[in-house]
Each structure stands twice: as C-alpha cells, then as structure tokens.
Write a protein that binds this ligand. Structure first.
Ligand SMILES: [Zn+2]
Length: 260
C-alpha cells in the first residue's frame, strides 16, 4: 500500500534521483550562520541533519541532504538555482517534504529562546504544529515567545515586508504577481512551486533562474528553528540532546503520514 505519497514500501526500487524527504542543513560553505562563541549554526544544523537522516532511513525513508559538509557544498550553497544548487536539488528530488534546520539568534526584547517552525501559508500547518509540539515535548524545550509572524504556539508564517525588497539591493526584486502575502523565507518559497509563489525568474541577474518556479508540484517546506544559539539553555540542550530534536521530527513525520 502506498502511504500518502511516500515511497516507503519500495525504497530500494526507487529511481536514483527520487527521494521521500529532503533535509536542508541551514547555511554552509563560507556562510556559517549564527555564531555563539566557538559554536556555529551551520555545523550544529549539519550534525542534527545527519542524525535526522539516520533516523528517517531507519524507518525506511529515502533521504537527500542538500549539503553534507564536504567541499562541494560551497558550490551548492552559492549557486542555489544551478544544477547542483540546493533549490534545484530539492525540486528534482520529487520529495514530499523538505525539512530545513536552523538555529535562531536575533533576539528581540521578549524572546528568551525556544522553537519556531516556519511554513508557507499554503503548506499543511498541521504538520508544522506537530513538529513544534513534538520538539517541545521530546527535547524538553519551550515554544518561542516571539510573537512576530506567529500563527499558533511554535508555528510561524513569515511574509515579505515591503522594505525588504524596496530599500535594499541585497533582497530579491519584485516581479509581477508578487504580493506581500507571499512567504519570505526563500527555501520554503522557492521549492514550493506556484503554491508558494516561487518567483526567481532570471530577471534579476544577481540570482539564478528557478527552473521550477512555475511548478505545481513543489516540495512542501518546513523550516525548523531549533532554538536560539545565543540562549545558553537552548544551545546546551541542542548540543546535548540533538538526537531528541531529530527524534521529535522523525516522530512527527511518522505520525502525520501514518507510517507503520
Ligand atoms: Zn539560519
């Protein structure tokens, strides 16, 4: 019996380039992400991603990593729409979902750490909520107290803010049909096809072309901010119990897709 789009029962018979789940360890190459002392977001995210890959493979899923810590990730990282870029890799994988792993760092006054799950408003937010609940319960952390973009406890949908693309050359330019209701986080937006308004079409020469931007069959993306790297309680917990965070994500996928 096929299980809601997963290929679990035929994993060994899958074509080489077809996967069930893509794990995207945030940042990579020269981009180390957030830093706290000697700890780098890119390395912690990769460690957690490798553990998650092991766990998902143990239940029979076929898993693709967008980077693995080797030298080639420099290319994957900075040419995201090229053949071996992380956006293209995810799009070509035919995977059901992508889990992008990050650690947060920008603290506002009212945030003292905790988990945040970012998803497209068109994604299934039930899975996003399960991810948040399971991580809080299994890894013994808390829901982030950040209120911006919060839909439910632990679940966030970020949208483009006008100043993000009007006032800064470092942000994507706007194109026809792009509204401020479209999710901002690029990995979620760009892999989600038409459902998330993937829009890098080559008009802006600073970026590549997302060949899949009009795809109707994009990968559903969930970006997990495991915790805040500059909150000791979060960092210590992630370093000591990274396997529990991975277990919580694995359990969410098992429960949501009713994998037996
Ligand atoms: Zn990050």
């Amino acid at each position: 019996m096929p299980i809601l789009g997963f290929h679990i029962t035929t994993v060994n018979a899958l074509p080489e380039d077809v996967y069930d789940v893509v794990i995207d360890p945030g940042h990579g190459g020269n981009d180390v992400g957030a830093v706290s002392g000697r700890y780098m977001e890119s390395e912690i995210a990769l460690d957690c991603a490798l553990e998650l890959k092991t766990q998902l493979e143990a239940i029979g899923l076929k898993v693709l990593l967008t980077r693995d810590g080797t030298e080639s990730e420099e290319y994957t990282m900075y040419n995201i729409y090229d053949e071996d870029g992380r956006i293209t890799m995810a799009n070509k994988s035919h995977a059901k979902i992508l889990i992008s792993l990050h650690l947060n760092s920008n603290l506002s006054d009212n945030v003292d750490g905790g988990v945040e799950i970012y998803a497209s408003p068109n994604s299934n937010l039930t899975l996003a909520k399960m991810l948040a609940d399971n991580i809080v319960r299994t890894a013994g952390t808390q829901y982030s107290t950040m209120e911006t973009d919060k839909i439910e406890e632990g679940v966030y949908v970020r949208t483009i803010e006008l100043q993000n693309y009007r006032n800064s050359s470092s942000y994507f330019k706007t194109y026809n049909g792009i509204f401020d209701s479209i999710p901002y986080l690029y990995i979620i937006r760009e892999i989600g096809g038409i459902a998330t308004g993937a829009y890098v079409d080559g008009t802006n020469k600073a970026y590549g072309v997302n060949e899949y931007r009009n795809s109707n069959v994009g990968v559903e993306g969930y970006l997990v901010e495991l915790g805040y790297i500059n909150v000791d309680e979060d960092l210590d917990n992630i370093l000591e119990n990274g396997n529990l965070y991975a277990q919580a994500i694995t359990n969410s996928i098992v429960n949501f897709y009713e994998i037996k």
